[in-house]
Every structure is written in C-alpha cells, then in structure tokens.
Design a protein around this ligand. Structure first.
Ligand code: SF4
Ligand code: SF4
Length: 210
C-alpha cells in the first residue's frame, strides 16, 4: 500500500520521539530519590530550569550548581574516553560535572516533599529508578520494588558519555556558556564514591581542569 505524505511524516515522528514512559502515576512520592543522589545536569537542562524560574542563566548557574570532580577506579576492561589519573599508586578515571546544589541533604528544588520544577526536571530525575549504574538495586524505592520498567532506560548513558567526552576534550568552560566561580563551598571531590575535603592546594589543582 502506498503511504500518504502525512502517514510517512507521522511514521518518522513516532520513530524519533523519545520513548520515555513517565513513572509519576506509580511513584508513591516518598521523595527519597531526591534526597539520596546528586543530580547531574546538562547545559540545556540548566537553561530550561532557569527559564522555568524566570531568572537569567548566569544567575541560575552561579546560585544553583556545584562542581563535582569524581575519581572512579580504573577498569582495564572498560573502554572510556575519560581522563586517567594516578593517585597514591592507584589508577582512576576523572570526570568533572556540574550538579544541582543540595540543602539539608536534599535537592534544592524539593519543597514540602514536592519537586518545584517538575515539568523542567532533568532527565536523570525522569528516568529514576529505571536506569541503573552498575546494576544497583534501589530497595528503598516502591517503583523499583515493583520492577517497573521504563522503555530504553539506558538512553541516559550515551548522552552522559557524550557529554563527559565533550567536557574532556573541550573542558567545562567551553561546554557551559557560564560557570560558577570555583570556591571551597561549591566544589566536591569524590573518590571511590566517598566525598573528600578540599584543601587550598587541591582547589588550585582542580582549577587547572577548568
Ligand atoms: S524513591 Fe521511588 S517511590 Fe520514592 S519518590 Fe523516588 S521514584 Fe518515587
Ligand atoms: S529536580 Fe525535582 S525530581 Fe529532581 S531531585 Fe530535584 S526535587 Fe527531585
């Protein structure tokens, strides 16, 4: 059967449309996921949230984002494009990223157990708990216990990998239109999943990665 132009258009549209089934109708709103994790952000997501808050982008980035420098153990079998560093004779991958600030151990946008930027929340929030780094289990999450499935949850990985590669090659300053001023209050160093204190010397070293 010959397809009409409209049908072909519709067909293409449905193929490129991201297949994310949102989980809000089943989520019990316990808000634990907003308390437990740091929320990585892509520049276009920052732009969308700034727009939602009706503040300018620079203001948003300066007041709502923190730097994370993460060192994760080097894996001989994992092929990544991340920067390799050696610390105390141990090899790591380094990646630098910006994440939403937290207040009292929760995302700054969580108020009265509700997300105040819900329609503009980042992809990583939308996909929780369906995507999993390293096949974790989120036993605290009712949705995870129900084994609720989101179609293609791993769509986050290529995006994140692409972003991190871009940061590695172009540096954060060329990836983000504007960056927060680096100071002890907005920088976190995470080694093997553990947050470390930042000394002045370390801060100077981290500045060289920007
Ligand atoms: S932890 Fe699970 S059930 Fe609780 S708010 Fe997050 S997604 Fe919903
Ligand atoms: S942006 Fe919203 S959904 Fe995401 S962690 Fe913050 S409060 Fe939760």
């Amino acid at each position: 059967m010959v397809k009409t132009k409209a049908k072909i258009k519709q067909n293409i549209k449905s193929k490129i449309k991201p297949k994310i089934k949102l989980v809000e109708n089943l989520c019990n709103g316990c808000d634990l996921c907003c308390r437990k994790y740091k929320i990585y952000l892509f520049p276009n997501e920052a732009k969308a949230i700034a727009k939602k808050l009706k503040i300018n982008y620079k203001n948003f980035v300066e007041n709502h984002l923190d730097y994370y420098f993460e060192l994760t153990e080097y894996d001989n079998y994992a092929k990544t494009d991340f920067l390799e560093v050696v610390l105390k004779n141990k090899k790591y991958y380094l990646f630098s990223i910006l994440a939403l600030k937290q207040k009292d151990g929760a995302c700054i946008f969580l108020k009265n157990h509700q997300c105040t930027i819900y329609g503009s929340r980042p992809l990583i929030c939308r996909l929780f708990p369906a995507f999993k780094f390293y096949d974790e289990h989120y036993d605290f999450c009712a949705l995870d216990r129900l084994q609720y499935k989101v179609e293609n949850p791993r769509q986050f990985y290529p995006l994140l990998t692409k972003y991190l590669q871009f940061v590695k090659h172009n540096k954060l300053e060329n990836t983000w239109k504007y960056l927060p001023k680096l100071n002890k209050e907005n920088v976190y160093l995470v080694i093997d999943g553990q947050r470390q204190n930042i000394s002045d010397d370390l801060l100077m070293i981290l500045r060289t990665f920007l």
